[in-house]
Design a protein around this ligand. Structure first.
Ligand SMILES: NC(=O)C1=CN([C@@H]2O[C@H](COP(=O)(O)OP(=O)(O)OC[C@H]3O[C@@H](n4cnc5c(N)ncnc54)[C@H](OP(=O)(O)O)[C@@H]3O)[C@@H](O)[C@H]2O)C=CC1
Ligand SMILES: O=C/C=C/c1ccc(O)c(O)c1
Length: 554
């Protein structure tokens, strides 16, 4: 006899006004490989906001957002060896990938063309995937990571503070690792001090690099330096400060969520510096090429690049005596191996988010504050706090979280330093990033409800001898992923927005010089653009980010 699906309650947006309200839906039936997670904490990422408001044009209402999940395993499928009921686990942006392509085999599931996100999505069999603003999630074990020590190690980071690692954390950690921005001696810029940005600062300091925050919000200066550990703070609207810092940074993780000019950031880079724009404004960003190709004090004629690729090619020839070779590199979340590595690193080095914990009844106010840029620095929802006792069942009985206390991990702005927003105020942002005058910060804050109680008694830090990625050990034998195969798949991607000059696509390996093309996952972005203004190497001459990416090079 077929079992009736279990009904669960989530919080869903029904249309582009983005307002969330309780929504009951059938939980996906647990398969052999699945882990059922009771969701204790779920971070609110700007991508959740962009999705529920349909800013990316891909909302599939009703949308239950949330993809920074920390919870406890409630049940496991019959083939699951890596997890057991009671384990503390995390789930991020990925719900499913093809598991057969080169990216999946190499641990870069985040760049699998078949990636299915953990919210606002459907699995290949048609099953709807709802996100973490819900009581329970059913997730294939491959896309679940272990939280070591359950957040309760020697100097425990509470689980609510670890939830943002699952998306924000891995999104900034991966490019820092991949591009060598993770070692002493490096000067890292972090543009946009929000959920992603503040974790980039923390990872940067844990790596031992010099970190400079580049922000539009003067009130964040004291907090960035005194509490988050940044070495310096640049107000991006202050031309003098920006000029003084030109040519000093090895890399910049740009987490700004709105459309913005990349040129001032590129100017901050030193020779061979790398800009990593991880924000997703949803609209193409203009990229002036001369600053990418030339040094901070360019010689040669000033060139009008607006003419497009053909004129740009000539222009490049004209400035060949300047060779600063900066790069713009895309990056999207992280693969599962990197996500586990990042969580382990964070727990070991005490990297955890600054959070404000809310009950779900405050979630709409929280979204509004995120829209205005009034969050320090991640809001965490507690989807099961109102439904405790209703879930019941042996495997759901005793779940722990050691939540931070009090409800915000940072002191009120007036205590946080002389330049807090309560004194200076800040620019508010309208829905399109337009500037609005801001009332005093303290007066605008939504009062937080009392921190929800959470049960205790979870199994912490259980050793697990099973390999983390059993299927990587014996990869499937289909030939996808050879250099040829990769080029082929980029050819397919061309239809989705990646085009080479004269209609060709080129897939050069990530470490090849000159031009690098890094194919970026679900939306098949061309994402690494390396400028060069000397020698004979082919040059990237035009790139736009967003939903209509196009790379043209000759
Ligand atoms: N590539 C990927 O894999 C991922 C991308 N994302 C994307 O990253 C972006 C950041 O997410 P998150 O950190 O959660 O967002 P937040 O809203 O927490 O932070 C964004 C920051 O950007 C800055 N900012 C916002 N609006 C403007 C504006 N109009 N002009 C200049 N600066 C602005 C602010 O920093 P300040 O006040 O310091 O200037 C703000 O704090 C989002 O677009 C999100 O969709 C998220 C996850 C993964
Ligand atoms: O919060 C996660 C955002 C992920 C993301 C997905 C797709 C894309 O093109 C992005 O830039 C970010």
């Amino acid at each position: 006899m077929e079992q009736q699906p279990k009904m669960v309650t989530g919080w869903a947006a029904r249309d582009a006004n983005g307002l969330l309200s309780p929504f009951s839906y059938p939980l996906r039936a647990k398969g052999d490989e699945d882990v059922v997670v009771k969701i204790l904490f779920c971070g609110i990422c700007h991508s959740d906001l962009s999705t529920i408001k349909n800013e990316w044009g891909n909302a599939k209402y009703p949308v239950v957002p949330g993809h920074e999940i920390v919870g406890v395993v409630a049940e496991v499928g019959s083939s699951v060896a890596r997890f057991a009921a009671g384990d503390t686990v995390g789930v991020g942006y990925i719900a499913s990938t093809c598991r057969a392509c080169a990216n999946c085999r190499d641990g870069f599931e985040n760049y699998c063309a078949g990636l299915v996100p953990s919210f606002n999505a459907a699995l290949p069999d048609g099953a709807t995937v709802h996100g973490g603003f819900s009581e329970l999630a059913v997730v294939n074990q491959r896309y679940v990571v272990r939280i070591p020590g359950g957040g309760g190690g020697a100097s425990p980071a509470p689980l609510d503070r670890l939830a943002p690692l699952l998306c924000a954390g891995v999104t900034v950690y991966c490019p820092m690792r991949r591009l060598g921005l993770d070692r002493p001696g490096v000067h890292l810029g972090v543009a946009g001090l929000g959920g992603l940005g503040h974790l980039a600062v923390k990872f940067g300091k844990a790596f031992g690099v010099k970190v400079t925050v580049i922000s539009t919000s003067p009130w964040k200066e004291a907090e960035a330096v005194e509490r988050l550990g940044a070495d310096a703070f640049l107000l991006s609207t202050n031309a003098e400060q920006m000029k003084a810092a030109a040519g000093t940074m090895d890399g910049i993780i740009d987490t700004v969520s709105a459309v913005h000019d990349l040129t001032p950031l590129i100017t901050l880079l030193r020779t061979h510096g790398q800009l990593v724009p991880v924000g997703s404004p949803g609209k193409p960003v203009q990229l002036a090429l001369y600053p990418l190709q030339s040094g901070p004090s360019p010689v040669g004629p000033r060139i009008d690049w607006a003419g497009g690729p053909i004129r740009a090619r000539w222009a490049v020839l004209m400035v060949c005596d300047v060779a600063d070779g900066k790069s713009v590199a895309g990056s999207m979340i992280g693969g599962m191996r990197d996500t586990q590595e990042m969580v382990d690193f964070a727990v070991e080095h005490g990297v955890a988010a600054e959070v404000e914990v809310i009950g779900m009844e405050d979630v709409n106010g929280a979204m509004e504050r995120l829209q205005k840029g009034d969050v320090r620095y991640r809001i965490i929802g507690t989807p099961t706090s109102l439904s405790r006792g209703r879930l019941g069942g042996e495997t759901l009985a005793a779940h722990a979280a050691t939540p931070s206390s009090p409800s915000s991990t940072l002191p009120p702005p007036e205590l946080a330093g002389g330049k807090a927003g309560g004194v200076l105020g800040r620019r508010r942002r309208g829905p399109n990033g337009s500037a609005e005058p801001a009332p005093a910060r303290g007066g605008r804050r939504t009062p937080m409800m009392a921190r929800p109680e959470v049960e205790t008694g979870v199994r912490l830090g259980a050793a697990d001898p099973a390999p983390l990625w059993p299927d990587l050990a014996s990869p499937p034998t289909d030939p996808v992923g050879t250099e040829e195969g990769e080029a082929g798949s980029q050819g397919e991607a061309a239809a989705g927005g990646v085009r080479g000059g004269a209609g060709r696509t080129r897939g050069l390996g990530p470490m090849s010089g000159g031009v690098r093309l890094w194919r970026c996952c679900a939306r098949s972005k061309p994402v690494v653009v390396t400028g060069s203004s000397g020698g004979w190497l082919p040059l990237v001459t035009s790139v736009a980010f967003g939903n209509t990416q196009e790379a043209v090079w000759q």
